[in-house]
Ligand binder design. Sequence first.
Ligand code: UDP
Ligand code: MG
Length: 313
Amino acid sequence: MEKLVSIVVPCYNEESAIPYFYDEIIKVAKKMKDLNFEFLFINDGSNDNTLDVLKEYHQKDSRIRFISFSRNFGKEAAIYAGLENAKGDYIATMDADLQDPPSLLPKMFDYIEEGYDCVATRRTTRKGEPVIRSFFARKFYKLINKLSKIEMVDGARDYRLMSRKMVDAILSLKEYNRYSKGLFSFVGFETKWIEFENVERVAGETKWSFWKLFIYAIEGIIGFSTVPLMIAAIFGILFCLLAFILIIVIIVKTLIYGDPVSGWPSTICIIFLVSGVQLFCSGIMGAYLSKTYLETKNRPIYIVKETEGDLHE
Ligand code: UDP
Ligand code: MG
C-alpha cells in the first residue's frame, strides 16, 4: 500500500505566497512517485483572501485540504491543528512563504526510510535578516540552553518531517502555551538534522516584529525552565547575607565612633535597590503564575470555523 504524506502549512495572510507554494510543492510531490500526498493548510484567521484562495485550490486539487480558524490563534496553534487533523503516515510542517524549501523533502524522506523518526532542518546563515535580530537570536539560544535541560538548536526551523509515532507523542502534550521548538525536543525520538542556507520569503511579509520575537523568547524560557524562579531565592539569600554583614559593621562603628546621624542618601539608595530587586522577583513569579493560570483554564488551543468538508455538504 502506498504511504500517505501530510504537508501541514500554517497560513496567516498568505494570499500572495500560496500560489508559489503550491507550484513548488506539486513539483516535489510529482518526483516522489511512490507516495500519496495531502496538503493541509491552516488558515489562522487571515484578514486577506487566504481562505478564498484555499477554497479555489481545493476545487482544482482535492488533495488540498484546509482548516480555517475563527480568529488568529498564532502559528503554534496552527501547527497543532495541522498535526491533529493530518491523516498521513508521515507528516511534514512547513511555512507557506517558501522559506522552508520543499525541494529538501525527498532527501528528508530518504532519512525517514533509513529509520529516523524525525528529520529536522536548521539554517546555517541568517542572511537577509537585520543584524540586531541575529545578534539577539544567538544570545537567546545560548541563554535558553543554559537555563533548560531540553536542547534548543540555534537556527532550527519548524520545518520537519515526522513519523506518525512522533506526531502522536507531540499531540499528547496538551499544554496551552505551546513552544514547538521545545516540545519537539521534549518528546525525544531519533532526529536527523539537515542544514540549508537562509532563503528570503517569496511574497507577502513577515508577521514577526522584534517585539513579538522578544515575547516569544520569554515564553520559551518560561515554558522550558524554572531556573528564573531560583533567581528570586538566590537574590533573597544574597541580600540577607549583605544585611547581616552591614548590621555588624554598623554596630561596631557605633560602639567605636558614637552615633552621629549621617548616611541618609545611602539609605535611600539601598531602599530603592532592594525594592527594585523585590519587584523584579515578584515579576518573575508573576510570569510563571500567569502561565499556570492560563493552563488551568483548559481553553482549547484553537477553534475551527470551517473546513474543506463543509464545502461538500
Ligand atoms: N503564521 C501563522 N500565524 C501567525 C503568524 C504566522 O500561521 O500568527 C504562519 C505564516 O503564514 C507563515 C509561518 O507562520 O507560513 C511563518 O511566518 P513568517 O514567515 O511571517 O515568519 P518568519 O519566517 O519571518 O519567521
Ligand atoms: Mg517566513
